[in-house]
Design a protein around this ligand. Sequence first.
Ligand SMILES: Nc1ncnc2c1ncn2[C@@H]1O[C@H](COP(=O)(O)OP(=O)(O)OP(=O)(O)O)[C@@H](O)[C@H]1O
Ligand SMILES: [Mg+2]
Length: 436
Amino acid sequence: MKLHRSFFSLYFLVITTFIIFSWLLDEVWSSYLEQDIESYTGYKTMLLAVGDFIEQRPQEEWQEIIKTTSTRYQLPLSLMPANEFEKLEHAEHQHLQKDNIHVYYYDDEVTIHHVLGDSGMVLNLGPAKMPTRPRVEALIRVVILATFGILLFIWLRPVSRDLDQLKKAAADFGQGNFKRRAPNAKSAMMAGMVRSFNMMAERIKRLIEAHKELSNAVSHELRTPLARSKFALQMLATTKDEEKKAKYINQINGDIVELEELINEMLIYAAFDSDKPDLNIISYQISDLINHQIANHSQFDGDIEFINNTNNLTVDCDNHFIDRALNNFINNAIKYGGGKVRITLSENENNKGQNECVISIEDNGDGVSDDFKKIIFDAFSRGDQSRNRETGGFGLGLAIVARIMEWHQGTAKVSDSSLGGATFTLIWPIKQVSVH
Ligand SMILES: Nc1ncnc2c1ncn2[C@@H]1O[C@H](COP(=O)(O)OP(=O)(O)OP(=O)(O)O)[C@@H](O)[C@H]1O
Ligand SMILES: [Mg+2]
């Protein structure tokens, strides 16, 4: 389990809050108590003095003395036997006990009991009103506590607001509003989550658009030969001319073949476009693959040059798929080039410190315009000149290459070539880490 920064920040916040809160509460409570105890010091001293005094007298006089003292000093003094004192219900009262003095206080009333030695008697004072003194210290602590509460509120508010907005955005997105994004997060803790959500939303939107484009392209591709055949069939029904009839039949045959091809290509592409297959990754001497491809294209009139900048480089890959990707690139270079093809194999260290295998295929054709470069790897994207059937193809070759590179955690790129045409490049890490 990997613990992330946001986890720690939340964890420490909760822990610190808990500690500070309990500490402050404790402080407030004990300072409140201290004040009370201090307030009783006067009473306590008096009680002790009275106790000391009567203890020097015979016990029979005690009641009398207490009675007179009580009236003289207007104090709620009384005497009671110790066994009665033990029966007193003080349970719900706060209790402080020190030596033979017991202080019970409740709200603003206090009762103090003084156990008189071994005499079995207890001297009582109270219940008396508690003298009120400003509890400055307690007040300060309450203020600190409140400030802390406010600070916490200020800190948590943006987090909860961000969460709320994220929730709304997610709900909205779920309802089919694919343009919806969560607004930028106010709190650092939520920023990452909001960014990930927006990235995910963007990707889903793109995928949906790609699917729409794909089905549009497919229906367009199907419609053209169908419309042609329909027209040819109508003409066939009306014409008497045998030569024309043969021409229309020919046309219909051609269109049927084209439809068949399109469907086959579509099926191949659909297989590539679905989930990642189980790759059969092995360490492979990559120059062998390239040489094999060059041999396969030996019927090609132009010349294919191979520059190997590596020393018997072996690379992790599914050679079957890499072979296919190379084949698609080389076919294009022959089809859209001017008779010259250059293949370069090199090794490169990327910015993550990984070693990559780089294969580039250049040609001396017309190249690819900057606008077209952006969509050239999308399914069904074809350049103007290849729109006509002469160059064949449905614009799926490069889309398949892009998929194959994705499966190898690599990329397929297009750029210009010093030969005058385009450079198509395959790049993927030499060591394939399994991502299961
Ligand atoms: N080497 C190249 N030079 C110039 N344009 C190219 C080159 N390679 C590809 N293109 C352009 O990119 C388009 C897409 O290529 P892609 O290989 O995907 O499809 P395709 O060759 O038209 O058909 P297929 O599905 O049979 O491969 C091509 O139609 C062509 O216009
Ligand atoms: Mg192609």
